[in-house]
Ligand binder design. Sequence first.
Ligand code: HEM
Ligand code: HEM
Length: 183
Amino acid sequence: MLRSTATTWGVVTRLFHWGMLLLFAGILSVGYYMTDLPLGPQKLKVYALHKSVGLTLLALAALRLLWRLGERRPLPAPMPAWQAWAASAAHVALYALMFLVPLTGWLFNSAAGFPLQWFHLFNLPALHASDPALKSIAKELHETGAMLLIVLGLAHGAAALKHHFLDRDGTLASMLPVVGGRR
Ligand code: HEM
Ligand code: HEM
């Protein structure tokens, strides 16, 4: 049950999927909240938390991708070819964003000349020297990437609900935290 089968996603993939979804919901909320905070120690603390959780998500994305590359994918439920193609394209794009968003955050932080720590435990190196031009490009990319992640994540979640309630084909059940698969 740890690994995916022809009809259902394995427990490890489900844990990655829903655990990371919770962390994404948290970090996105914190991201939009923190930028409006008045300058001060409280703001620095919230920024540090955002960065630590973001680095955690980057490491989880790498582990998730490695696991996924060693897995078989359950056979998709019967659906028009364009839908199967769109679903796969969305999964690939979501994986790309899971890397691009934290990496552009890290790049922005480096180009701005800020230090970077993971939960006060250890320091991480800068990806680039201080650079005001790069700083604004990376910031733009970080914000656009986060917005794309929301839009694509919502469209992908809506498609999953459409499979469940309209097509009734077991696609959602194959990814739910409880045991379930495609009929
Ligand atoms: C998957 C992980 C991440 C997500 C989803 C995310 C999302 C966000 C969002 C939504 C914002 C607010 C953008 C806005 O105001 O329009 C933001 C800002 C920011 N993020 Fe992230 N972030 C992630 C990881 C990181 C990492 C790893 C770092 C640094 C190492 C980082 C550094 C920053 C900084 C410094 C800002 C503030 C930008 C400013 O002051 O305008 N983020 N992030
Ligand atoms: C909004 C709620 C969401 C729901 C209801 C949902 C549901 C699902 C379902 C049912 C599948 C299985 C699809 C299939 O068998 O073809 C799936 C797969 C997947 N989902 Fe989601 N999802 C949601 C949000 C997200 C978000 C926000 C991300 C990325 C940040 C994401 C990334 C993925 C990926 C990459 C796959 C492919 C399996 C894998 O390699 O992990 N999902 N999702």
